[in-house]
Design a protein around this ligand. Structure first.
Ligand code: NYM
Ligand code: MG
Length: 213
């Protein structure tokens, strides 16, 4: 008998700045839609929401905020979209997400003033991605790319610390991918993983994040 309701997959791209996440997310959605698979891109931070506006002001250095406070804003920005994520997934739409809780934890804990456990707590209970594709860029490759902007965190030294924190967050849903490949080879590699995941999870319930350090 034909399946009537299959859920979409929750798929996240993670990695340091300049690893190509945003480009890859857009290309994945385009390819899925060309295959008539419903898919949408979401990005965190989502700067269009009320909380996202404060985050944007913080990142562009217009305002200062204590580290813990800004961490909770990044998390609250995900919780703002949590009902929408559930709605989309249940209605069969696959979401390709540019950064998620892993960036939240890695960036704050890289500041060293806040421990990993504290950073994880507000993320617990959010929808757990079915797949996290971690785009890994070596320090050398990152330096070659350069092109960092003027926002907070945009320097090689800090990104290197963030990378070390990402290493601690690799879970059962993580796949590491070499981000130094060219855009097209990288995208071909990612689409295979995405299509397999969409197929694998369609009958499975969406889980919740449960970080436990
Ligand atoms: N960032 C992103 C955080 O510090 N915490 C988070 O929870 C998220 C989602 O925001 N340098 C940081 C990482 C980036 C910055 O993201 C802006 P983007 O993808 O460059 O707009
Ligand atoms: Mg950026």
């Amino acid at each position: 008998m034909a399946k009537t309701s299959r859920r979409g997959a929750l798929i996240v791209l993670e990695g340091c700045d300049r690893s190509g996440k945003s480009t890859q997310c857009s290309k994945l959605v385009e390819r899925l839609n060309n295959l008539k698979i419903p898919a949408k891109k979401i990005s965190f931070p989502d700067r269009s929401t009320p909380i996202g506006t404060i985050i944007d002001q913080y990142l562009s250095r217009k305002i200062d905020l204590p580290d813990r406070s800004v961490h909770l804003l990044f998390s609250a920005n995900r919780w703002e979209l949590e009902p929408e994520i559930h709605k989309q997934i249940q209605s069969g739409v696959t979401l390709i997400v540019d950064r998620y809780s892993y960036s939240g934890i890695a960036f704050t804990s890289a500041k060293k003033c806040v421990n990993l456990n504290w950073c994880c707590a507000p993320e617990n209970g959010l929808p757990k991605p079915d797949l996290v594709m971690f785009l890994k860029l070596s320090l050398e490759e990152m330096m070659k790319r350069g092109g960092f902007g003027e926002e907070r965190y945009e320097n090689t030294e800090f990104q290197n610390e963030v990378d070390k924190k990402f290493e601690k967050l690799k879970g059962d849903n993580f796949i590491q991918i070499d981000a130094a490949k060219d855009i097209f080879s990288l995208n071909n590699c990612l689409i295979e993983l995405v299509l397999k995941t969409i197929n694998d999870v369609e009958d499975q319930p969406l889980k919740e994040i449960d970080f436990n350090f």
